[in-house]
Design a protein around this ligand. Sequence first.
Ligand code: ACM
Length: 543
Amino acid sequence: MDLVDLVPAPRAVEGPHRCGFALDEGTALCAGPGTESTARVLRATLGAALGLPLPPVREPGGGNALELRLDGTLGPEAYRLTVAPTHGVEIVGGDPAGVFWGVQTLRQLLGPDAFRSARLPRGATRGVPALVVTDAPRFRWRGVLLDVARHFMPKGDVLRYVDLLAAHKLNVLHLHLTDDQGWRVEIERHPRLTEVGAWRPRSKWGHRDSPYWNETPHGGYYTHDDIREIVAYAAERHITVVPEIDVPGHSQAAIAAYPELGNTDVVDTSALGVWDDWGVSPHVLAPTEHVLRFYEGVFEEVLGLFPSAFVHVGGDECPKDQWRKSPAAQARIAELGVDGEDGLQSWFVRHFDRWLAARGRRLIGWDEILEGGLAEGAAVSSWRGHAGGIAAAEAGHDVVMCPSPDVYLDHRQAPGEDEPMPIGHVRTLEDVYRYEPVPPGLSEAAAAHVLGAQANVWTEVMQDRGRVDYQVFPRLAAFAEVAWSALPAPADRDFAGFERRMAAHYARLDALGVDYRPPSGPRPWQRRPGVPGRPAEDSPTNV
Ligand code: ACM
């Protein structure tokens, strides 16, 4: 099988044959019912890049046409792309998403210039070899988490990442919107969450052990209209945006904005600011009715902005020291009859589990939420290795596999001094390519609960778009193949073949302006000499 340099690899390619078809100014675009938005995106991307007007026609007859249509006999997100020498290109999808993924394949077949934003004066290749690509995804959740809390990612950069996900056939954008170091979504009824919580006066420069500070104030947040725009832009690209509001830990920014949300009988929370350091803050939400009502208000606005079936409530890394010391928290434990501080955390998460379910949504949270038992329908993001995911799947819960040792893209890509602010394990392009989301030994019934996989981009040491690009690429291309393609067992994967296809893919990333890590190592300006990271040698760890 010749994969004609496609990334991620498709299921099957018939061809390519020596003849082909060239799109030109006369090529008509025939968009069948259900494919209209893909036609719009296609004109705006491919059309602009190659200088093709793609005039609309109702019927594809007469040749020289690009036809998009649905065919219910194909599966969800599946497509078949046919290039016929005299007729043109036909993309048939099992649903509108399938047609959209087929268009992404056509874009790759047209060559790197198809990824530019405008046509070059020298013109661009518009030829496609005659072939038939038959394709469908392995997993239905092919996700990327962007941590826009530790370092804010301006709206334009988020939209650009939506495009980058789409080009790699990834379909879930998990936005980590709140943390100790920042609150990034406007909540109209609680304006101080962004007035106070959306910025900090300075930031640690490097890992938390670093002696350096960046004294520039850092911040930003998305208005309701920003979020509506991001969600709509993603939806046109068949990407679901899953919001995360992290409770009851990782909440110092919220407590800085509204001190009554904290454990006021233990600490003077009125003196607290948004955290300027990295790590896990001890300042967690108080287990009060007031806090529950406050966050119900937050989630009400979140549900109005994000139509996703899943809503992420965090639930990870909630230090229990303040609850242990707090008479109010201890009284709450006694009143609820729960099992100590761990029981209190479960009570907190289960409250929002029921609250979301009553509103037709499904809770998803980090694997710590499993510890107190979960309601039917709730799902788990397995980040502390595979164990949480296995336990959840065996208990009948859906899981998204995103284990920190394997697919945390903040972890360094190579050993040595050259990697900028190196943290975590060495996870090379090949390591990511050989990542397997379904753990061996999982029963068939449990394996069916693995919705898919997600690469997590935590941004403590990624201050800007260039740093994010460097950590994410090229590894996201390997991850996309893991999530989309029907790869064999890790040891049998053809990494050399993937690297050969990557030669073509780097040219696409260049055309897109992605600051990826070159295979030979960082460019001089991608290094951060002397800024301490925290490389991990043996134990899997987050920063
Ligand atoms: C996490 O990395 N704390 C989910």
